[in-house]
Write a protein that binds this ligand. Structure first.
Ligand code: ADP
Ligand code: ZN
Ligand code: MG
Length: 479
């Protein structure tokens, strides 16, 4: 029997607000444990939450970008559970009335565009962090993250392959970063994903029993975890067994998933509307304001690069996948308005130099202004394209400007006819064998003479001028 996988993803994204969702503590990362806390986020009895309106604006932005319907009234709910990183013993979340529902995004896969439904986007608060001592049976609690605003984006079970899952996650992340509402850092946990997966016989419409995977902090690991789980489900069913609905933990060191706990049901959480918080009204004014504030999104930017700037589709996709890279490209083009040439340099030299870095956070010692300067030096003939690559590498290492490097290393292109003629005459005299074979009809030897000239000038000769002089000098020898 042939099986197909069904995947639904739940993404948590930390919002880049300055203060927390229900108190005025800062959301800054990496400070002294428990230094960013107050009675509200410490869960002190009697303290009252005050909602951060910026978190709502950010959520509405994402809802618009994901083509969702936005509910005029939504509601905060208490999700009750006990864990040491949750001082109130409940998380403020949303249950029956989320901010947004019924959306979708389009993602590109190797078999074309795929539309993936978004069930809902709701707001909630993050929990604190537990730090476990490796040597002693002790755990520490850090509440700095407690109360940081999150949105949860829940997909429909529309995803069929691990490739689609990765493409969907990358698109969501890219949109969040373009909107400037999340830094998208998976390793630091500001963008996290729980993956639900089941399998069913091909052609069946009802869903199989799912398992939920946690703890995958990179796109690679999501792919590995899902792949492992799809194979495990298939084996269990082929052997006549049945899948237990449960939550499983992905282990990055083995690539396997292990059972963590039986799946909790919604009723286990005893959701109820939070009596400390009023129903949340989303006025149409706010929605209109956010629609106007919506920046160009990655797919729109990609299509514009293809349509208006003549960039090949693949290159445009790479350039726009990360907002910072697209910005680098556009800043360079503003100064050096030849998009194709800028794109080529970024796709080749820049990417080669940045190899191994996370594309979202490439730290480039080469500024857009310096790349633009380099390209105009090549265009003006001050240096050859080949020398340009050497200069680029040097710029990447030292962060110096191209004119400084060219000056310091004496790399200015030699286009002076009399200077090059002297060099060429000498080369022709030193290679009589090649010259006579050229004259006898082996014209491919022109490349050999060009090569010799470039070598003699250490790559600085203007190749076009060299060609012209060579042809002229060799022609003279025919007579
Ligand atoms: P739960 O109540 O267990 O949280 P939900 O219905 O809220 O389940 O769905 C959570 C996520 O799991 C959603 O992304 C949804 O698309 C996905 N999902 C639901 N059922 C299945 C299934 N049988 N197989 C795969 N994914 C599923
Ligand atoms: Zn606080
Ligand atoms: Mg659910």
């Amino acid at each position: 029997m042939e099986f197909e996988a069904v995947i639904g993803l739940e993404v948590h994204a930390q919002l880049l607000t300055n203060s927390k969702a229900f108190c005025s503590c800062t959301t800054k990362f990496g400070s002294e444990p428990n230094s960013h806390t107050c009675p509200i986020c410490q869960g002190m009895p009697g303290s009252l939450p005050v909602f951060n309106k910026t978190a709502l604006e950010y959520t509405v932005l994402m809802a618009i970008a994901c083509n969702c319907q936005i509910n005029g009234v939504s509601r905060f709910a208490r999700k009750n559970y006990y864990y040491p990183d949750l001082p109130k013993n409940y998380q403020i979340s949303q249950y029956e009335l989320p901010v947004a529902e019924h959306g979708w995004i389009d993602v590109d896969t190797s078999s074309g565009i795929k539309r993936i439904g978004i069930t809902r986007i709701h707001m909630e608060e993050d929990a604190g962090k537990l730090i476990h001592d490796e040597h002693k049976p002790i755990s520490y609690v850090d509440l700095n993250r407690t109360g940081v605003p999150l949105i949860e984006i829940v997909s429909e079970p529309d995803i069929k392959t691990t490739e689609e899952a990765t493409a969907y996650l990358k698109s969501l992340r890219s949109i969040l970063v373009y909107l400037g509402i999340c830094d998208g850092n998976m390793e630091e946990g500001s963008f996290r994903c729980d993956a639900n997966v089941s399998i069913r016989p091909k052609g069946q419409t009802s869903l199989g029993t799912k398992t939920e995977l946690k703890n995958m902090n990179s796109f690679k690991n999501v792919q590995k975890g899902l792949q492992y789980e799809i194979e495990r489900h298939t084996e269990v069913l082929r052997d006549g067994g049945s899948i237990v609905q449960e939550t499983r933990l992905f282990d990055p060191s083995t690539g396997a998933t292990v059972s963590m706990r039986s799946k909790e049901q919604a009723h286990d959480y005893r959701y109820f509307p939070d009596p400390d918080l009023l129903p949340l009204k989303v006025e149409s004014d706010l929605i209109e304001k956010m629609k106007l504030a919506l920046p160009e999104l990655p797919r729109q930017k990609r299509d514009r690069f293809v349509r208006d700037l003549g960039i090949p589709e693949y290159d445009a996709g790479v350039l726009t996948a990360e907002r910072s890279l697209a910005q680098f490209f556009e800043d360079t083009v503003t100064i050096f308005p030849n998009p194709k040439s800028v794109s080529n340099w970024i796709m080749t030299e820049f990417m080669r130099a940045a190899k191994g870095q996370d594309p979202g956070t490439i730290s480039s010692p080469v500024t857009p202004a310096n790349l633009a300067k380099l390209l105009s030096m090549i265009e003006e003939g001050t240096i050859s394209g080949k020398i340009g690559k050497t200069v680029f590498d040097e710029m990447w290492v030292s962060g110096k400007s191209p004119d400084q490097i060219v000056r310091e290393k004496g790399l200015v292109q030699v286009s002076d006819v009399s200077e090059l003629t002297d060099v060429i005459k000498k080369i022709l005299t030193e290679n009589p064998g090649e010259v006579s074979r050229y004259l006898a009809g082996k014209t491919q030897l022109l490349a050999f003479f060009v090569g010799q000239t470039m070598r003699a000038t250490r790559g600085k000769a203007n190749p076009q001028v060299v060609n012209e002089i060579l042809l002229a000098e060799l022609n003279k020898l025919i007579d």
